[in-house]
Ligand binder design. Structure first.
Ligand SMILES: *Cc1c(COP(=O)(O)O)cnc(C)c1O
Length: 384
């Protein structure tokens, strides 16, 4: 990381300061603070074809700014490599397919993102052995023997279980396995996987990282230049590149990351506390709730507990009445955006959840308005 105005190598500035300045180039007279998106399939390139900018599938200056910004958030004050992707799945696939060969074994969570089983099918078709275990209770420890890569998702989506990243990393490394953490739910402000010992921090930046529900994007960050190079090569091979406009919008959104996370996490805790006193609500999960089974480990490795709260209503009809009664909360999938949304997760069929399971993504509204809307919708759903 180069030294830039206001952000030294020390990495000692606060989260808000870091977020608003992350990845900004040195000031140049008459240039904007954050240079606009560069739309280019190719760049002027006389003579020897050396970089940084040659062809648009390999590199783009707008990606470079965003990648530097994400690196500063993932590992303040350290030198790391970040590769931006067209989506979270592109980033996840890049790690799995660049690292694993036929005959090797990978350990996945069995309660992770709903597209992991699709990846499993692909990996197995290529001759990779796939083992799974739940996130909770660090159960992945039991199936590490001889594995090449451990894939962790904590907090898990949608169940919000948490595993002890340091403990799993220690065991994986002594078994000779690399460790990747899907950090989508926490964002680098909530949790820094590389600091906890992981080799890859991976995320869907479609969610809280960009936070406006209007772009898909993903990234991978690692310390080891060889691992970064493998991931970068994979992006070039499959062409899973972000559009310059999306990359620029993402960088612009990072300036408000700390504001959004602080507000949304405070709102999530307020909502979880309000839900805790409702008789019809069971299975309430929020890692920041002191009564939550994840709380102890979460508070040892997370700085913020995320914007997702999950809970169960008595049945499908009850859950549907609740969702349609909400006025300030969209019935929609995804999470991490400034506008609250919620959905009955069972409608997708991919997760092992009860019919009345609600995944609630808490936005940046005023907590008092949001909680009032939820309590009113709960009352109406129960009355019918
Ligand atoms: C959404 C999500 C993904 C996939 O990201 P896309 O940007 O939709 O491709 C991966 N992991 C987790 C935990 C997610 O929530």
């Amino acid at each position: 990381m180069s030294e830039r105005k206001g952000l030294g190598r020390s990495g000692t500035v606060g989260e808000g300061t870091r977020a608003v300045r992350a990845g900004l180039p040195e000031p140049v007279k008459y240039e904007p603070t954050l240079p606009g998106p560069v739309f280019a399939a190719h760049f002027h390139l006389p003579g020897e074809p050396t970089g940084p900018y040659t062809y648009g599938r390999d590199e783009n200056p707008t990606w470079s700014h965003l990648e530097r910004a994400i690196g500063e958030l993932e590992a303040p004050g350290e030198s790391v490599g970040t590769v931006a992707f067209a989506s979270g799945m592109a980033a996840i696939s890049a790690v799995l397919f660049s690292q694993l060969k036929a005959g090797e074994a990978v350990v996945l969570p069995d309660d992770g993102y709903q597209a992991l089983p699709l990846l499993r099918e692909r990996l197995e078709a290529y001759g990779v052995e796939v083992r799974t275990a739940p996130t909770g209770g660090d159960a992945q420890l039991d199936v590490l023997d001889g594995a090449r890569l451990l894939w962790i998702e904590t907090p898990s989506n949608p169940g919000l279980d948490v595993c002890d990243v340091r403990r799993l990393v220690k065991a994986a490394h002594s078994a000779g396995a690399l460790v990747a953490v899907d950090n989508t739910l926490a964002t680098p402000l909530g949790q820094r996987p590389l600091e906890l010992g992981a080799d890859f921090s991976v995320a869907s930046d479609t969610k809280g990282m960009t936070g406006h529900g209007d772009i898909l994007l993903g990234h991978v960050t690692c310390r080891d230049p060889e691992l970064v190079a493998g991931v970068r090569r994979w992006r070039k091979v499959v062409g899973a590149i972000p559009g310059p406009m999306e990359a620029w919008l993402a960088h612009r959104s990072l300036a408000t990351l700390q504001l959004r996370i602080e507000r949304q996490c405070a709102n999530a805790l307020a909502l979880a506390e309000a839900l805790g006193s409702r008789g019809e609500v069971s299975g309430l999960r929020y890692p920041g709730l002191p009564s939550d089974p994840s709380y102890t480990i979460a508070s040892q490795q997370m700085r913020h507990f995320g914007s997702v709260v999950s809970f169960v209503l008595p049945d499908r009809g009850h859950a549907e009445r609740f969702l349609s009664g909400l006025r300030l909360v969209d019935d929609a999938t995804s999470f991490g955006g400034v506008r609250s949304s919620a959905e009955r997760r069972g409608r997708w069929g991919g997760d092992a959840v009860p019919e009345g399971f609600i995944r609630f993504s808490v936005g940046a509204e005023d907590a008092v308005d949001l909680v009032a809307d939820v309590l009113r919708a709960l009352d109406e759903a129960a009355a019918r």
